[in-house]
Design a protein around this ligand. Structure first.
Ligand code: SF4
Length: 136
């Protein structure tokens, strides 16, 4: 077993943005504690931030994108998945207009990701149809 590394990060479970310190050994998270230097939480976390990390190493976790082909989900590359999404969004926008597209963002993303998401919807797609579970 290698020596543990301590990695600072931000909890992505809710919009509070608590600072966390991950204890990582052999490329696996073995413990999480609150970051005492983080101004938001000063070392505190809720139960999700401290303990809900085993999914990271779950054997059945999706590690590549899937596209439905002939009714079945098939593993594909990120390049093909992004091209597929881009083509479908362009088709819908051309056929039905930008307001036919909506985006549901996630409270489990960072503020920066949500910012980019709304920018993408408003400036690239041309639609204000964006919402997220982070306001519930
Ligand atoms: S530790 Fe809890 S309160 Fe803090 S950001 Fe994560 S989910 Fe939110």
């Amino acid at each position: 077993m290698g020596e543990p590394n301590f990695v600072k990060t931000i909890c992505g479970y809710c919009g509070t943005g608590c600072g966390l310190v991950l204890e990582v050994q052999d490329n696996k998270i073995i413990k999480i504690r609150g970051d005492k230097e983080a101004p938001v939480n000063k070392g505190q976390t809720c139960v999700k931030g401290a303990f809900a990390y085993e999914y990271v190493h779950a054997k059945d976790r999706l590690t590549s994108p899937l596209i439905k082909k002939a009714g079945k989900l098939v593993e594909t590359t990120w390049e093909e998945a992004y091209q597929f999404i881009s083509n479908r969004l362009q088709d819908i926008k051309t056929s039905w207009g930008p307001n036919a597209i909506s985006m549901f963002a996630s409270a489990r993303s960072t503020n920066e990701s949500n910012f980019v998401t709304q920018k993408f919807m408003r400036t690239v797609i041309g639609s204000n149809n964006i919402d997220g579970c982070n306001r519930t």
